[in-house]
Design a protein around this ligand. Structure first.
Ligand code: NAD
Ligand code: UFG
Length: 334
């Protein structure tokens, strides 16, 4: 019996695979490598001493995906695979809808056929939209502002409908806040292709001199120092949240939405300062205009995860910055 991890060579997926292997789970990864590298498998093996089974398969290829279910007895699925760049999703919406929605439909149809109905899905805090006030609770009204976010909301709705139709499904919809950080070995982390869109990857590249200057998108928000506030969560804490979510899904029918965040908000300036202290590097920045679609403050009410999953984030913003720096430094010197 194994756990299928779609998108398992990606940033969050690879850290989750490490945690799964560490507790003795059998892991089967499916990933088309559109945003990750095969080398990740070596890194996972260096950390855990185990190599997960890997299939280079696109979720849009239903026949190949079904082959995996024929070959292995899949007991639960953690579904990370998806495209995730907000700006890109505005430019190529059809690609996002096809990849994220059709990929998920293919997966669920095959799961149904093979009577594998334990599913943990990667949703996002983006489904809370622009109109709620933090801390965000799972029962707040949902809305989205871009095609990427809409795919997440649509998939949540599809999975809720699936449960209504068949109460044998055990589904957990995990709404991630802002995952950052890296494995403490420095072997796994986030290294986006091209110029990073997200704060931490950008800061990391400025710190090692690959990029010149961080643009801080707005210092006139109604926040502690005028810059945007987010709930940054260490990727290893997030990965551990998936272990708890799989255990929960095994025991509970439903389609339960659960936030994975720390419940704390840090401003952009606070993150820059924490990173400078952790890395002993100076991070050049300038204040730039606000970025379209950004909200001022986004952080989780993390109490449902504590109650249902018995899970809480442990790592501090300093650890997140230290581990990120260790990873990028190692990569730069490789
Ligand atoms: P990532 O891009 O590093 O990982 C996603 C993986 O899925 C990649 O390895 C990619 O190659 C693979 N993939 C994409 N489409 C595929 C397809 N059709 N078939 C097979 N493989 C495919 O991203 P991540 O940061 O690890 O995010 C994982 C999930 O979490 C995504 O669904 C993302 O939307 C969600 N999420 C991420 C964040 C974040 O800030 N990182 C926040 C909220 C939600
Ligand atoms: N920021 C900058 N400069 C940059 C990048 C970001 O000032 O170069 C600021 C943003 O304005 C924001 C904060 O840093 O205030 C965080 O921005 P990110 O782009 O790192 O993260 P977001 O909160 O905008 O988005 C993330 C994920 C999305 C997800 C969303 C909601 O990237 O996929 O969280 O959970 F939808």
């Amino acid at each position: 019996m194994g756990i299928l991890v779609t998108g398992g060579t990606g940033y969050i997926g690879s850290h989750t695979v490490v945690e799964l292997l560490e507790i003795g789970e059998e892991v089967i990864i499916v990933d088309n490598l559109c945003n990750s590298s095969i080398d990740v498998l070596d890194k996972i093996e260096m950390i855990t001493g185990k190599r997960p089974v890997f299939y280079e398969i696109d979720l849009l290829d239903k026949e190949k995906l079904e082959f995996v279910f024929k070959e292995h007895q899949i007991e639960s699925v953690i579904h990370f695979a998806g495209l995730k760049a907000v700006g890109e999703s505005v430019k190529i919406p059809l690609t996002y809808y096809e990849n994220n929605i059709t990929g998920t439909l293919n997966l669920c149809k095959i799961m149904e056929k093979y009577e594998c109905r334990n599913l943990v899905f990667s949703s996002s805090a983006t489904v809370y939209g622009m109109n709620n006030t933090a801390p965000f609770r799972e029962d707040m009204p949902l809305s989205t502002t871009n095609p990427y976010g809409t795919t997440k909301l649509m998939i949540e709705n599809i999975l809720r409908d699936l449960y209504v139709a068949n109460h044998d499904w055990h589904i957990v919809l995990l709404r991630y806040f802002n995952p950052i950080g890296a494995h403490e070995s420095g072997l796994l982390g986030e290294n986006p292709k091209g110029i990073p869109n997200n704060l931490l990857p950008y800061v990391m590249q400025v710190a090692i001199g690959k990029l010149e200057c961080l643009s801080i998108y707005g210092d006139d928000y109604d926040t502690k120092d005028g810059t945007g506030v987010r709930d940054y969560i260490h990727v290893v804490d997030l990965a551990k949240g998936h272990i708890s979510a799989v255990e929960y899904a095994r025991k509970h029918e439903g389609a339960e939405a659960i936030n994975l965040g720390t419940g704390n908000g840090y401003s952009v300036l606070e993150v820059v300062k924490a990173f400078e202290e952790a890395s002993h590097k100076h991070v050049n920045y300038r204040i730039a205009p606000r970025r379209d679609g950004d909200i001022a403050i986004c952080y989780a009410d993390a109490s449902k995860a504590k109650k249902l999953l018995n899970w809480e984030a442990q790592k501090t913003i300093d650890e997140m910055c230290m581990d990120s720096y260790r990873f990028i430094e190692k990569l730069a010197n490789a």
